[in-house]
Design a protein. Structure first.
Ligand code: 13P
Length: 266
């Protein structure tokens, strides 16, 4: 009998966060190119989601549906209320009606530039769940926090606050994205080992708080300058279950390479 851990049975999720890029014409072009670049078999081992700006969602949904492309539609943000006088905001049921399956909550750009606290992220995650969609809950430390030796405690606090009040069953179905802020859009990827260490820390936190089954099922993505070239090694780490990709997801061929990381693994 081997003492090797059982192979990771979690299906990786590769998500493209387009951020504030691509108008709806460009979005249609990009999703059509991506559909062409991927073969039906490519989806056997990996789930794929794209997160266009709100103004593109209907256009992208129409292409995915008409051409039966097995890419999930995602959003980048949402409001926590189901409706009401919140000028400029988008409610979870509106996204659900467009077949949105995944919603990013608490991206570091939302936390840093728009003042979102763990409490707000927690409310948004619950609102997404209430509308039968899956939140991708983002956490990650700044460079200063890492240099001060506070990376783990920062991420622990974000996990506790952002997932407060959720049951083990619910946490089991979540996606958590570990995105060290210093690696976002900078070209400075965390080393596969650093990324693995933090993702393992997150999983052990989930294990101690929500139990074995939640820890074994929750998917933990890594994000921060993921490209076709570095994805194979990052995705080979036992506690990394996918990637949240920014810049490289704007280019359909590069994103398809990341989705197909298995083909490039040693
Ligand atoms: P980059 O891949 O451009 O570094 O962005 C990462 C990110 O923030 C994805 O949400």
């Amino acid at each position: 009998m081997s003492n090797e851990p059982a192979p990771n049975s979690r299906k990786p999720l590769i998500s493209g966060n387009w951020k504030m890029n691509h108008n709806h014409f460009e979005a249609i072009q990009t999703i059509q190119k991506l559909a062409y670049a991927l073969n039906p078999r490519d989806y056997d081992h990996v789930d794929v989601s794209v997160h266009p700006p709100f103004t593109d969602l209907r256009s992208v949904q129409t292409v995915l549906q008409a051409d039966e492309v097995p890419v999930s539609l995602g959003a980048q943000n949402v409001h926590m209320a189901s409706h009401g006088a919140f000028t400029g905001e988008i409610a979870p049921p509106m996204l659900a009606k467009l077949n949105v399956e995944y919603v990013i909550v608490g991206h570091s750009e939302r936390r840093e530039l728009f003042g979102e606290t763990d409490e707000v992220v927690n409310q948004k995650a619950k609102a997404v769940l209430a509308a039968d969609m899956t939140p991708i809950v983002c956490v990650g430390e700044t460079l200063e926090q890492r240099q001060a030796g506070e990376a783990e405690s920062t991420v622990s606090q974000q996990i506790s606050g952002s997932l407060a009040g959720l049951s083990g069953d619910v946490v089991a179905g979540l996606v958590i994205a570990y995105e060290p802020i210093w690696a976002i859009g900078t070209g400075a990827t965390a080393t596969p080992n650093d990324a693995q260490l933090m993702c393992a820390h997150i999983r052990s936190l989930v294990r101690s708080r929500w139990g074995d089954s939640a820890a074994d099922s929750v998917r933990i993505q890594y994000g921060g300058s993921v490209k076709g070239g570095n994805a194979p090694e990052l995705m080979a780490q036992p506690d990394i279950d996918g990637a949240l990709v920014g810049g490289a997801s704007l280019d359909a061929d590069e994103f398809a390479r990341i989705v197909n990381f298995r083909l490039y693994q040693a």
